[in-house]
Design a protein around this ligand. Structure first.
Ligand code: FES
Length: 273
């Protein structure tokens, strides 16, 4: 059992939990994820490691309450325990050798972008962060991003915080101003990552995206997390979750992501009753 040592609601639908998991914390690196199960008959869900503390032996997870399992997880409080907490899984993000990087986070994807920005910053890279949210009530990790970046830009769809617009508008402006980046790292909704990649492809800027498809076993056995990358089938859990964004078939990923939406909505409704 894995004890929840801290819980904080970051916004009405996003929760942060710090979980005691010393063995995971000992090996965790930015970009990796865990798979947890709330109870014995519960589904297994992957969540990216948002932070880790090797001394305290804790892992921070940040999740959006979107389905039955995240609802059940959100019902747990400090002092409660999570049944299974397996990790670290997946390959860590590549941060070595990068000098100037633009990290883009969209919505709850910022929880994944944050440890990558932090790792790059600790590695001495010049880090530009662009974060985007639908509105001011959904903003997370604003101060944390400022601490791990040289330049931080915030945008919102409705203009209620930061600049009104999309993350791609800011990136385009920076490129127009002559900014160059060794790499752009985009993490967020598939549609956002797709448009970031379309933009960076025009300027030949290497772009890494973090893919978060449905996962079951997390070990490359079930095939649930498969994606097409460069015309080949890849498994996000063992080959990723980071991939070359210019090679990812986003349209296929979006169509696969929608497959279980109806089922998920039904499960969530049942859990609410
Ligand atoms: Fe089963 Fe990746 S989660 S192959």
């Amino acid at each position: 059992m894995y004890k929840i040592v801290e819980k904080e609601n970051l916004n009405p639908t996003v929760t942060k939990m710090v979980v005691a998991a010393p063995a995971v914390a000992k090996k965790a690196l930015a970009g990796q994820f865990i798979i947890l199960r709330v109870h014995e008959n519960g589904e297994r869900i992957p969540l990216t490691i948002a932070d880790y503390d090797r001394v305290k032996g804790t892992i921070t997870i940040i999740f959006q309450i979107v389905g039955k399992t995240t609802m059940l997880l959100n019902e747990l409080n400090e002092g409660d325990s999570i049944l299974d907490f397996v990790g670290p899984l997946g390959k860590p993000s590549h941060v070595d050798g990068l000098k100037k990087v633009c990290v883009i986070g969209g919505g709850v994807g910022c929880a994944i972008a944050y440890p990558t920005a932090k790792a790059l910053h600790e590695n001495g890279a010049d880090v530009t962060v662009i974060t985007g949210f639908r509105n001011k009530d959904l903003v997370i990790l604003e101060d944390e991003f400022k601490q791990v970046s040289n330049h931080a830009y915030l945008v919102s769809d409705d203009g209620s915080t930061g600049t009104k617009g999309l993350v791609t508008n800011v990136l385009q402006d920076l490129i127009n101003q002559g900014e160059t980046f060794d790499e752009v790292i985009a993490i967020g909704p598939l549609i956002m990552m797709k448009f970031v990649c379309e933009l960076t492809k025009k300027y030949n800027i290497k772009t890494i995206v973090s893919m978060n498809p449905i996962m079951i076993d997390g070990t490359g056995m079930c095939g649930g997390c498969r994606l097409s990358v460069g015309g080949k089938t890849k498994f996000a859990c063992v080959d990723g979750p980071d991939f070359d964004g210019h090679e990812v078939d986003f349209d296929e990923a979006m169509s696969r992501g929608a497959t279980y939406r109806e089922f998920e909505a039904r499960e969530r409704e049942e859990a609410c009753n």
